[in-house]
Design a protein around this ligand. Structure first.
Ligand code: SF4
Length: 71
C-alpha cells in the first residue's frame, strides 16, 4: 500500500515550507512545489507536511481517499 501526494500548483504560493522540512518528499520547480515521487510509503511525516502547508495545497491520498490535510 502506498500513499499518493498531489500538490495544487495553482494554490501553492512557493513558500518552500514543504521542501525545506521534507526535501526527500518535496522539491521546488519554477517557484512551486512538486512531490519528489508521487507515490510514497505511508509515513506520519507526509501527513505532517501536508498539515503545515499554509494554503493547504498538498493533498495526501490513500486509495483515492484524502487523508491530509487533516481538519
Ligand atoms: S508548503 Fe504549500 S505553499 Fe509552501 S511550497 Fe509547499 S505546497 Fe507550496
Amino acid at each position: 500500500m502506498t500513499w499518493h501526494i498531489a500538490v495544487d500548483r495553482e494554490r501553492c504560493m512557493g513558500s518552500a515550507v514543504c521542501a525545506g522540512t521534507a526535501p526527500g518528499l518535496f522539491t521546488m520547480d519554477a517557484d512551486r512545489s512538486r512531490p519528489v515521487r508521487p507515490d510514497v510509503e505511508p509515513d506520519e511525516e507526509v501527513l505532517d507536511v501536508a498539515d503545515s502547508c499554509p494554503v493547504m495545497a498538498i493533498e495526501v491520498l490513500d486509495g483515492g481517499k484524502v487523508i491530509a490535510p487533516r481538519p
